[in-house]
Ligand binder design. Structure first.
Ligand SMILES: *Cc1c(COP(=O)(O)O)cnc(C)c1O
Length: 371
């Protein structure tokens, strides 16, 4: 057994920071003390030196290939998380009209709205669900007609709700928070003005945020925007206006390489589809598990469900038992978001199909014992 082996197989269903592919962690470990004969770790390199520049450029090239990002889009590697972008989006895109439209289909969309409302002259809720269990059809949205952009959360991580199709907002740029869906299935970048994602779900470690923005939307930045939130300045400086999160950027590059080795996004999407189908089938086929989301909007990345008692109501007691027994079986971080409770299984790219198989058999066993 090498120092990198772990005794029990642990399947990590955390919503974020999420599991990373084991081969990526092994490679990072092997390269930790001496990256490619430089005698130092990537963490210790100057971000402006040729070694790190090579690492940074290779990662961007790989991401562009994986997502089929057209040449007229810029890719930024930033800090501040997706939450930082809740501010950066209005700061960078609203100068034309001072108005923006928000479609709120879950907790992250609500947070994006709350943050943006501090900066915008006017913010319009084009649609909002209650409860967050579906996506209202775009035909029913109340768009302002004068917005600098329309904001959506393509996959709502807390509520387990995903857009079935990408809405068409015409001339108004569509902006999406893709934190928990990026790289899990093909996303047509050309349908968006901008996309952003915190890395810690499907890209790499926390501390890195990826922004993909159409070039013609740069330089709309509102006056007095801090430089670190200014997409134009960041694009101009190759995301190196200040020190970027170098190690997280490097690790993201390793994840991109690993994903390419898996056959890329199209291939991993097939695995992700199978994983989600298996888990939803287990929930629907059971007598004690229930998922509240409209079938076409069920997230393939974050599967939320409750454990119910004989009356069909969610049972916090059974859920507590479920989580404790799952943990003993090596199935960890299955708790729902602290604000909603229940169970949530996040099935990001690094979760192997065997992890879902293990979860499904555990669920059947648990139902036999407690159902
Ligand atoms: C996790 C998450 C966030 C918050 O990301 P931070 O990087 O912690 O700011 C925002 N939006 C979505 C959809 C998320 O899944």
């Amino acid at each position: 057994m090498s120092q990198f082996d772990i005794a029990q197989t642990i399947y990590n269903f955390s919503a974020g920071p999420g599991a990373l592919p084991k081969p990526v962690l092994r490679r990072a470990a092997a390269e930790m003390l001496d990256w490619h004969g430089t005698g130092m770790s990537v963490m210790e390199m100057s971000h402006r030196g040729k070694d790190f520049i090579a690492i940074a450029e290779a990662a961007e090239t790989r991401l562009r290939a994986l997502m089929d990002i057209p040449g007229d889009y810029r890719v930024l590697f930033l800090q501040g998380g997706a939450t930082g972008q809740f501010v950066a989006v209005p700061a960078n895109l609203s100068s034309a009209t001072g108005v923006a439209d928000y479609v709120i289909t879950g907790q992250w969309g609500q947070k994006a709205y709350n943050e943006a409302s501090k900066y915008l002259d006017r913010i319009n809720v084009a649609a909002k669900t209650n409860p967050h269990t579906y996506v209202p059809p775009p035909g029913e949205w109340n768009l302002s007609g004068s917005a600098g952009y329309v904001h959506i959360t393509l996959n709502e991580t807390v509520n387990g709700v995903v857009f079935e199709t990408i809405p068409d907002t015409g001339e108004v740029p569509l902006v999406a928070d893709v934190s928990s869906i990026i790289l899990s299935e093909p996303i047509d970048v050309t349908k968006f003005g901008a996309l952003y994602a915190g890395a810690q779900k499907n890209i790499g470690p926390a501390g890195l945020t990826v922004v993909i923005v159409r070039e013609d939307l740069l330089a709309r930045t509102r006056p007095r925007t801090p430089a670190v939130w200014d997409w134009y300045e960041m694009a101009k400086s190759g995301s190196m206006l200040n020190t970027p999160p170098t190690y997280a950027w490097y690790l993201a590059g390793l994840v991109f390489d690993w994903l390419a080795d898996q056959g890329g996004v199209t291939e991993i999407a097939k695995v992700n589809q199978r994983k989600a189908e298996k888990l939803y089938a287990a929930i629907d086929g059971s007598g004690i598990y229930a998922n509240p989301v409209a079938v076409p909007n069920r997230s393939r990345m974050n599967v939320v469900y409750s454990v119910t008692d004989a009356s069909g109501a969610a049972s916090p007691d059974l859920e507590k038992k479920f989580l404790a027994e799952a943990k003993d079986a090596g199935l960890v971080y299955l708790n729902g978001h602290r604000s909603v409770g229940g169970i949530r299984a996040s099935l990001y790219n690094a979760m192997p199909e065997s992890g879902v198989d293990a979860l499904v058999s555990f669920m059947k066993e648990f139902e036999n014992r407690h159902g």
